[in-house]
Design a protein around this ligand. Structure first.
Ligand SMILES: Nc1ncnc2c1ncn2[C@@H]1O[C@H](COP(=O)(O)OP(=O)(O)OP(=O)(O)O)[C@@H](O)[C@H]1O
Ligand SMILES: Nc1ncnc2c1ncn2[C@@H]1O[C@H](COP(=O)(O)OP(=O)(O)OP(=O)(O)O)[C@@H](O)[C@H]1O
Ligand SMILES: [Mg+2]
Ligand SMILES: [Mg+2]
Lengths: 256, 256
């Protein structure tokens, strides 16, 4: 039974897509079958992994609103054991269209039900908001992985995020847990990074991964080549840290 | 008659709040009366300028959904000629609540009507999405200022942004124009920045400001002190570039 992990944080630009894509690719390299779900109308995970958003016939939009079976929309990527459920701008309308639909928060959960038998892990890249799309992802997920950028505004949004997590756990998905907190764009030279990490540690304790992802230009270059950084430049510090994080994630999951 | 400028880009983390706040503060220092509207449920502009989001009695939410007059919610900041229409988490529900309301895209425009007589400039900080909140901002605005981060994913969202601009101009606000494009977090050392700027120039030509905002740690530290960077460290390169950008903006506006 595949585990569903929603990568979420309503703060924009904290590394949700970069983490979803590189984490999914690193998991797939360990011979586990992985589905990456691009659940953001921007479609950054779709293009970051090498697809042209203009060419897509079916997307995740069709799977949650047009009754399309998920495997009709799923694409095989060039990377071993890694498939993608793509997204494009059609998903923008979904937030408003879902408002009048029955069980509107459970559409993604229903769409992914069959996928859990086929994949070991399903990683969902969420948009930067707490609207119906993110609620759908939190309802479909077993756990949430929270990337936090080492910046001041990143701390601001944490209490909102935790409130939403508690509400979803109470009303929509009682088994939802926090997978962990991943610090991103860590800059060893700057004090702001250090003070944000200290603050987050006070909040989350040992839910924070020991591995932190440093700011690394290879990470931000890799999507322009349509490749996860571990395929773009395996020796880069960005690539090493995502591989190390994935190892730490698997270790935590084996213990349970 | 005050000019209303919406600072918008659905891509997250590109510098919308940082630009709204520092641009508004720089305009206010030229003795013009400025209202900064925080139209993001995250409330980053509200805390970045020194207010505690937990203490607010009225916010922009009340002005668009509860019929509160804007001046009942407006706060005077510590910075000369600069007022704030604050926001907090209450605004999160607005996207769903607005769906059933008549003239749902025009609520902010109506709320700000009287404000245009009192302020020379009204700067609206938008959330990272293209939902009803951003549509309200685009309907209320005279022009849109688009911050673009010098990163690959930043190029991705431009066509979506321009499509939305055209739709709003056609159906909701015929006088809406593009004020300009501001490149943010420019890193002179990295080739990615250079190639993104070249690409954006092809798209937008002379709509791009000559002034670019470099990545500068003082900019990201200033919100933790509740101050715009021009008040936190006037000699920093971040502060200089926001002052220079504001001068360039005013020059363009005088020519017309
Ligand atoms: N470790 C890193 N080093 C350098 N750049 C990074 C790193 N992680 C992410 N980036 C860059 O920072 C920007 C923001 O990251 P990303 O788009 O993954 O964030 P996001 O949270 O998915 O954004 P959104 O809120 O728009 O969905 C991107 O341009 C990305 O390439
Ligand atoms: N010129 C700069 N130099 C260094 N850091 C910057 C600069 N501009 C913005 N930042 C930092 O980058 C992060 C993103 O900026 P900001 O929050 O203003 O973007 P945004 O577009 O408003 O994000 P959101 O999409 O969440 O609303 C913040 O932590 C901010 O402090
Ligand atoms: Mg993203
Ligand atoms: Mg913002």
């Amino acid at each position: 039974m595949g585990k569903v992990i929603a990568v979420t944080n309503q703060k924009g630009g904290v590394g949700k897509t970069t983490t979803s894509l590189n984490f999914a690719a690193a998991l797939a390299r360990t011979k586990r079958k992985v589905l990456l779900v691009d659940f953001d109308p921007q479609g950054n995970a779709t293009s970051g992994i090498g697809f042209d958003k203009g060419d897509l016939e079916q997307t995740v939009y069709d799977a949650i609103l047009n009754g399309t079976h998920f495997h009709e929309a799923v694409l095989e990527t060039k990377f071993e054991n890694l498939d993608l459920l793509p997204s494009n701008v059609n998903l923008t309308g979904a937030e408003i269209e879902l408002v009048g639909v029955p069980k509107r928060e459970q559409r993604l959960k229903t769409a992914l039900k069959k996928a859990k038998d086929k994949y070991d892990f399903i990683v969902i890249d969420c948009p930067p908001s707490m609207g119906l799309l993110t609620l759908n992802a939190l309802t479909a997920a077993d756990t949430i992985l929270i990337p936090i950028q080492c910046e001041y505004y990143a701390l601001e949004g944490l209490s909102q995020l935790l409130n939403t997590f508690e509400l979803v756990k109470k009303n929509l998905n009682t088994k939802l847990e926090i997978e962990g907190i991943l610090m991103t764009m860590w800059d060893v030279r700057n004090n702001l990074s250090k003070s944000v990490v200290e603050e987050v540690k006070k909040y989350f304790g040992d839910k924070i991964y020991k591995t932190m992802i440093p700011r690394n230009v290879k990470v931000s270059e890799s999507p322009s080549f349509g490749k996860p950084v571990i395929y773009y430049d395996i020796r880069s510090v960005g690539s090493e840290s995502y591989l190390l994080f994935t190892k730490e994630f698997l270790k935590r999951n084996q213990k349970k």
